[in-house]
Design a protein around this ligand. Sequence first.
Ligand code: ADP
Length: 164
Amino acid sequence: MKKNKEHAALYPGSFDPITLGHLDIIRRAAKMFDRIIVGVLINQEKKALFSPEERATMIREATQDIPNVEVITFSGLTVDCCKELGVGTMLRGLRAVTDFEYELQIAQTNHAMDPDVDTVFLTTDLRYAYLSSSVVREVATYGGPIEQFVPENVIPRVREKYRR
Ligand code: ADP
């Protein structure tokens, strides 16, 4: 059967900073979709360690070997971003049941706002089930080792932020 429609997915999040858990989701999803657009959310209210542009740059570096991945920054509603991009699928990762309730609510809200948008979930690789950007920031605050948590290019950037 001839495939005539490109299947793209938007992977939205804070990525402050990107972790190996995020990267694993991106790698696996890149095999399932023609295009993955990683969307760094510009959230004025949430105090972030890295600026949206810094976060996007780190994601671009970490995914440069995956040809069908691109990175953007966006603000406002994720469903509006989907509409602008002409993308009908949102991608999210699930670590544990604690993620489930929150993610289900967001996915249903988004679908209620725009029935053309559906959310697809990938479950985390067990190696990264405990991992979050906040864990990385917490460990780095106290000078702990972050090598097993983030892509190599991210390590010096995080260290730099906490250098006194
Ligand atoms: P948000 O601030 O919107 O929660 P995050 O940057 O923390 O954004 O995460 C973006 C997405 O990646 C979310 O769906 C989250 O559940 C998923 N995610 C985060 N960490 C991991 C991980 N270790 N394994 C799999 N998915 C993850």
